[in-house]
Design a protein around this ligand. Structure first.
Ligand code: C2E
Ligand code: MG
Ligand code: MG
Ligand code: MG
Length: 286
């Protein structure tokens, strides 16, 4: 057993990959302890409005501050969390962290949004909606502050139920973004059936967009489709000024990537964007 739940049956399990059930149980225990000991923290990457040239939000990305191995990215632990009994407590914690950070920005006069990455069960069980209501009340956030990112590759058990729960989240002021668009297989179905506000184009499509006509045509198609459906379009993985200019000229609404800003820890983010002494390259939206 792997926490309280079994691993998805139609994928290679973590146990197979690392050598048996004992190793899996070990990985689970270590990640659980890390979460309980607050070694897992969020780093934040800025999101730029490509027309207004201001930072309109941050994506929260999980990191494990490992006492021996240093800072570990989500590929080292996020599947262990989202495929075990840690998933729902972690999801509630994510929403709470987003609320706390959004409150601090609002207190400084900035209405930026915080985007979090949600897993299927956090949505399907209703845990996300509950956490959203609780967090709004706890931090007195009656205006929109949260973007829920859902992977395009997510296979909901019941798409209609997922859509209605996400619609409830919209009514509580959340935005819904389809993450890593262009990498899954159910693109058009998802884009039309979920109550999305934003489509995030995966960074594989953004790569070489400045020189590759096929990528430009693909992205241009997504931008037109998104706009026809009243959705904003965000390009991930912007690494150069030329890419940024190309995507802006194509009518892309939002951008994210190392050229705009790396993911940084919370202290660094607040210092960079809220202190007066060193103004960031792009200012924060008011
Ligand atoms: P994602 O949601 O698509 O997040 C964007 C990833 O792209 C991040 O990797 C970010 O560091 C990276 N990135 C951003 N800009 C650039 C760029 O210009 N160039 C390149 N090469 N990469 C860039 P990270 O932080 O390693 O996260 C990987 C994935 O892990 C995320 O992909 C997301 O799917 C997942 N993840 C992270 N945090 C969480 C979480 O709290 N919950 C869940 N369920 N998944 C998470
Ligand atoms: Mg994401
Ligand atoms: Mg993404
Ligand atoms: Mg991605």
């Amino acid at each position: 057993m792997y926490g309280a739940k079994q691993l998805g049956k139609n994928r290679i399990s973590f146990a197979d990959a690392v050598g048996g059930a004992d190793a899996t149980q070990d990985a689970f225990s270590r990640v659980k302890a890390a979460f309980e000991d607050a070694e897992i923290a969020l780093h934040f990457q800025p999101i730029l409005d490509l027309r207004a040239h201001e930072i309109v939000g941050f994506e929260a990305l999980a990191r494990w501050h490992h006492p021996i191995k240093g800072v570990l990215g989500p590929e080292h632990f996020i599947d262990v969390i989202t495929q075990s009994s840690l998933s729902l407590p972690f999801g509630r914690w994510l929403v709470d962290q987003a609320g706390r950070v959004a409150r601090r920005f609002r207190d400084a006069g900035h209405r930026v949004m915080i985007a979090i990455n949600l897993s299927q069960d956090q949505i399907e069980t209703g845990a996300f909606i509950e956490a959203l209501s609780a967090t709004r009340a706890k931090y007195a956030l009656d205006e929109p502050f949260l973007v829920a990112e859902v992977l395009e590759a997510t296979q909901f058990h019941d798409l209609e139920l997922a859509a209605s729960l996400l619609q409830e989240a919209r009514e509580l002021g959340a935005k819904i973004a389809l993450d890593d668009f262009g990498t899954g297989i159910s693109s058009i179905t998802y884009a039309s059936q979920l109550p999305l506000t934003t489509i995030k184009i995966d960074r594989m499509a953004t790569r070489h967009v400045e020189v590759r006509q096929d990528r430009q045509q693909f992205i241009s198609g997504i931008i037109h489709m998104g706009h026809a459906m009243q959705r904003s379009v965000l390009a991930e993985g912007i690494e150069t000024q030329t890419q940024l200019d190309t995507l802006s000229a194509m009518g892309c609404d939002l951008g994210q990537g190392f050229h705009i800003g790396n993911p940084v820890d919370e202290t660094t983010m607040f210092r960079r964007y809220l202190s007066d002494d060193t103004p960031p390259e792009y200012p924060l939206k008011h």
